[in-house]
Design a protein around this ligand. Sequence first.
Ligand code: FES
Ligand code: FES
Length: 216
Amino acid sequence: MDSPTTHLISRRDALIVGAATAATAAAVSSSAPAAAAPAASAAGAVPRAKLSITVNGKSHSLDLDTRTTLLDALREHLHLTGTKKGCDHGQCGACTVIADGRRINSCLTLAVMHDGGQVTTIEGLGTPQNMHPLQAAFVKHDGYQCGYCTPGQICSAVGVIDEVKRGVPSHVSADLTARPMLSAEELRERMSGNICRCGAYSNIVEAITEVAGSRA
Ligand code: FES
Ligand code: FES
Protein backbone atom coordinates (compact mmCIF):
# COMPACT_ATOMS: atom_id res chain seq x y z
CA MET A 1 0.00 0.00 0.00
CA ASP A 2 1.29 3.51 -0.86
CA SER A 3 2.36 5.74 1.98
CA PRO A 4 0.90 9.25 2.36
CA THR A 5 4.35 10.52 1.38
CA THR A 6 4.11 8.68 -1.92
CA HIS A 7 0.78 10.39 -2.60
CA LEU A 8 2.26 13.77 -1.75
CA ILE A 9 5.16 13.23 -4.06
CA SER A 10 2.85 12.00 -6.79
CA ARG A 11 0.63 15.05 -6.51
CA ARG A 12 3.64 17.36 -6.45
CA ASP A 13 5.10 15.64 -9.50
CA ALA A 14 1.78 15.95 -11.25
CA LEU A 15 1.65 19.66 -10.50
CA ILE A 16 5.19 20.13 -11.78
CA VAL A 17 4.35 18.26 -14.98
CA GLY A 18 1.14 20.30 -15.39
CA ALA A 19 2.95 23.59 -14.91
CA ALA A 20 5.62 22.57 -17.38
CA THR A 21 2.98 21.59 -19.92
CA ALA A 22 1.19 24.92 -19.52
CA ALA A 23 4.45 26.82 -19.91
CA THR A 24 5.29 24.86 -23.02
CA ALA A 25 1.82 25.53 -24.46
CA ALA A 26 2.18 29.25 -23.73
CA ALA A 27 5.59 29.31 -25.40
CA VAL A 28 4.24 27.49 -28.43
CA SER A 29 1.22 29.80 -28.70
CA SER A 30 3.39 32.93 -28.39
CA SER A 31 5.54 31.72 -31.28
CA ALA A 32 2.51 30.67 -33.33
CA PRO A 33 1.42 32.73 -36.35
CA ALA A 34 -0.44 35.98 -35.41
CA ALA A 35 -3.62 34.72 -37.12
CA ALA A 36 -4.33 32.38 -34.19
CA ALA A 37 -4.95 35.26 -31.73
CA PRO A 38 -7.95 36.89 -33.51
CA ALA A 39 -9.61 33.49 -33.83
CA ALA A 40 -9.41 32.99 -30.08
CA SER A 41 -10.69 36.47 -29.24
CA ALA A 42 -13.44 36.19 -31.84
CA ALA A 43 -14.65 33.02 -30.13
CA GLY A 44 -15.10 34.93 -26.86
CA ALA A 45 -16.43 38.16 -28.41
CA VAL A 46 -19.91 39.39 -27.62
CA PRO A 47 -22.02 39.16 -30.78
CA ARG A 48 -23.47 42.58 -31.64
CA ALA A 49 -25.89 43.89 -34.23
CA LYS A 50 -27.13 47.26 -35.40
CA LEU A 51 -30.87 47.77 -35.69
CA SER A 52 -33.43 50.47 -36.26
CA ILE A 53 -36.63 50.46 -34.28
CA THR A 54 -39.47 52.92 -33.99
CA VAL A 55 -40.75 53.26 -30.45
CA ASN A 56 -43.77 55.43 -29.73
CA GLY A 57 -43.38 57.07 -33.12
CA LYS A 58 -39.71 57.93 -32.64
CA SER A 59 -37.00 56.21 -34.65
CA HIS A 60 -33.96 54.82 -32.82
CA SER A 61 -30.70 53.29 -34.05
CA LEU A 62 -29.20 50.80 -31.63
CA ASP A 63 -26.02 48.73 -31.52
CA LEU A 64 -26.80 45.86 -29.18
CA ASP A 65 -25.55 42.56 -27.90
CA THR A 66 -27.72 40.27 -30.02
CA ARG A 67 -28.94 38.55 -26.85
CA THR A 68 -30.63 41.73 -25.58
CA THR A 69 -34.35 41.29 -25.08
CA LEU A 70 -36.77 43.90 -26.34
CA LEU A 71 -37.63 44.59 -22.69
CA ASP A 72 -34.01 45.37 -21.80
CA ALA A 73 -33.56 47.42 -24.96
CA LEU A 74 -36.54 49.56 -23.98
CA ARG A 75 -35.59 49.94 -20.33
CA GLU A 76 -31.79 49.94 -20.32
CA HIS A 77 -30.96 51.45 -23.71
CA LEU A 78 -33.91 53.74 -24.49
CA HIS A 79 -34.66 54.51 -20.82
CA LEU A 80 -38.37 53.86 -21.26
CA THR A 81 -38.91 52.39 -17.82
CA GLY A 82 -42.71 52.40 -17.97
CA THR A 83 -42.53 48.83 -19.25
CA LYS A 84 -41.89 46.68 -16.20
CA LYS A 85 -39.81 43.58 -15.63
CA GLY A 86 -41.66 41.18 -13.37
CA CYS A 87 -40.66 37.58 -13.93
CA ASP A 88 -38.47 37.97 -17.07
CA HIS A 89 -39.86 34.54 -18.06
CA GLY A 90 -43.12 35.25 -19.89
CA GLN A 91 -45.28 34.44 -16.90
CA CYS A 92 -46.54 37.74 -15.47
CA GLY A 93 -47.32 40.08 -18.37
CA ALA A 94 -45.75 43.13 -16.69
CA CYS A 95 -43.56 43.65 -19.76
CA THR A 96 -46.43 43.68 -22.29
CA VAL A 97 -45.97 46.11 -25.20
CA ILE A 98 -47.58 46.41 -28.60
CA ALA A 99 -45.26 45.38 -31.41
CA ASP A 100 -46.46 45.88 -34.98
CA GLY A 101 -50.06 45.92 -33.75
CA ARG A 102 -49.90 42.83 -31.51
CA ARG A 103 -49.48 42.65 -27.76
CA ILE A 104 -46.41 40.66 -26.81
CA ASN A 105 -44.27 39.89 -23.77
CA SER A 106 -41.20 41.98 -24.43
CA CYS A 107 -39.08 39.78 -22.13
CA LEU A 108 -39.59 36.84 -24.49
CA THR A 109 -38.40 38.44 -27.70
CA LEU A 110 -35.01 39.67 -28.82
CA ALA A 111 -34.63 43.30 -29.81
CA VAL A 112 -32.90 42.32 -33.07
CA MET A 113 -36.09 40.51 -34.11
CA HIS A 114 -37.79 43.91 -34.24
CA ASP A 115 -35.36 45.58 -36.60
CA GLY A 116 -37.48 47.90 -38.73
CA GLY A 117 -40.50 47.35 -36.48
CA GLN A 118 -42.88 49.60 -34.58
CA VAL A 119 -43.32 49.30 -30.84
CA THR A 120 -45.75 51.11 -28.57
CA THR A 121 -45.14 51.21 -24.83
CA ILE A 122 -47.23 52.71 -22.06
CA GLU A 123 -45.40 56.01 -22.59
CA GLY A 124 -46.68 56.08 -26.17
CA LEU A 125 -50.33 55.56 -25.25
CA GLY A 126 -50.82 58.75 -23.25
CA THR A 127 -49.40 61.21 -20.78
CA PRO A 128 -50.60 62.28 -17.33
CA GLN A 129 -52.03 65.40 -18.99
CA ASN A 130 -53.53 63.58 -21.94
CA MET A 131 -54.34 60.04 -20.89
CA HIS A 132 -55.40 57.21 -23.17
CA PRO A 133 -59.05 56.27 -22.45
CA LEU A 134 -57.87 53.04 -20.81
CA GLN A 135 -55.45 54.91 -18.56
CA ALA A 136 -58.27 57.24 -17.51
CA ALA A 137 -60.59 54.28 -16.93
CA PHE A 138 -58.01 52.50 -14.77
CA VAL A 139 -57.78 55.62 -12.61
CA LYS A 140 -61.56 56.01 -12.48
CA HIS A 141 -62.19 52.36 -11.53
CA ASP A 142 -59.18 51.94 -9.20
CA GLY A 143 -57.76 49.32 -11.55
CA TYR A 144 -54.51 49.17 -9.60
CA GLN A 145 -52.97 49.41 -6.16
CA CYS A 146 -49.16 49.36 -6.34
CA GLY A 147 -49.30 49.97 -10.09
CA TYR A 148 -46.43 47.68 -11.00
CA CYS A 149 -48.50 45.52 -13.32
CA THR A 150 -50.53 48.43 -14.68
CA PRO A 151 -48.50 49.41 -17.78
CA GLY A 152 -48.62 45.79 -18.94
CA GLN A 153 -52.32 45.51 -18.08
CA ILE A 154 -53.16 48.61 -20.10
CA CYS A 155 -51.05 47.65 -23.13
CA SER A 156 -52.59 44.20 -22.99
CA ALA A 157 -56.10 45.67 -22.76
CA VAL A 158 -55.41 47.77 -25.87
CA GLY A 159 -54.53 44.53 -27.63
CA VAL A 160 -57.60 42.72 -26.27
CA ILE A 161 -60.02 45.38 -27.50
CA ASP A 162 -58.38 45.26 -30.92
CA GLU A 163 -58.56 41.44 -31.00
CA VAL A 164 -62.25 41.47 -30.13
CA LYS A 165 -62.90 44.07 -32.84
CA ARG A 166 -61.11 41.87 -35.35
CA GLY A 167 -63.19 38.86 -34.25
CA VAL A 168 -60.27 36.83 -32.89
CA PRO A 169 -61.75 34.05 -30.71
CA SER A 170 -60.36 33.09 -27.31
CA HIS A 171 -60.21 29.83 -25.38
CA VAL A 172 -63.66 30.51 -23.90
CA SER A 173 -65.41 31.63 -27.09
CA ALA A 174 -68.31 29.22 -27.54
CA ASP A 175 -68.58 29.74 -31.29
CA LEU A 176 -65.28 30.18 -33.09
CA THR A 177 -67.00 31.57 -36.17
CA ALA A 178 -69.18 34.13 -34.36
CA ARG A 179 -68.07 37.62 -33.41
CA PRO A 180 -66.73 37.39 -29.84
CA MET A 181 -68.77 39.06 -27.09
CA LEU A 182 -66.95 41.32 -24.67
CA SER A 183 -68.19 39.47 -21.61
CA ALA A 184 -66.43 39.40 -18.24
CA GLU A 185 -65.55 35.77 -18.94
CA GLU A 186 -63.95 36.72 -22.27
CA LEU A 187 -62.05 39.61 -20.72
CA ARG A 188 -60.77 37.55 -17.81
CA GLU A 189 -59.59 34.82 -20.18
CA ARG A 190 -57.96 37.25 -22.60
CA MET A 191 -56.25 39.15 -19.75
CA SER A 192 -55.18 35.97 -17.95
CA GLY A 193 -51.56 36.43 -19.00
CA ASN A 194 -51.37 39.64 -16.97
CA ILE A 195 -50.95 38.90 -13.29
CA CYS A 196 -51.85 41.46 -10.63
CA ARG A 197 -50.42 40.59 -7.23
CA CYS A 198 -52.61 43.28 -5.69
CA GLY A 199 -55.69 41.46 -6.97
CA ALA A 200 -57.28 44.41 -8.75
CA TYR A 201 -58.85 42.10 -11.31
CA SER A 202 -62.52 43.10 -10.85
CA ASN A 203 -61.70 46.77 -11.23
CA ILE A 204 -59.50 46.08 -14.23
CA VAL A 205 -62.39 44.27 -15.93
CA GLU A 206 -64.68 47.22 -15.17
CA ALA A 207 -62.20 49.67 -16.65
CA ILE A 208 -61.71 47.68 -19.84
CA THR A 209 -65.44 47.07 -20.17
CA GLU A 210 -66.20 50.76 -19.93
CA VAL A 211 -63.73 51.63 -22.67
CA ALA A 212 -64.81 48.75 -24.88
CA GLY A 213 -68.35 50.11 -24.69
CA SER A 214 -70.15 47.15 -23.12
CA ARG A 215 -71.04 46.25 -19.56
CA ALA A 216 -69.63 42.93 -18.32
S1 FES B 1 -41.52 40.20 -17.22
FE1 FES B 1 -42.20 39.48 -19.14
S2 FES B 1 -43.86 38.18 -18.66
FE2 FES B 1 -43.06 38.73 -16.71
S1 FES C 1 -51.60 46.83 -8.97
FE1 FES C 1 -50.03 45.88 -7.80
S2 FES C 1 -49.53 44.15 -9.00
FE2 FES C 1 -51.25 44.96 -9.98
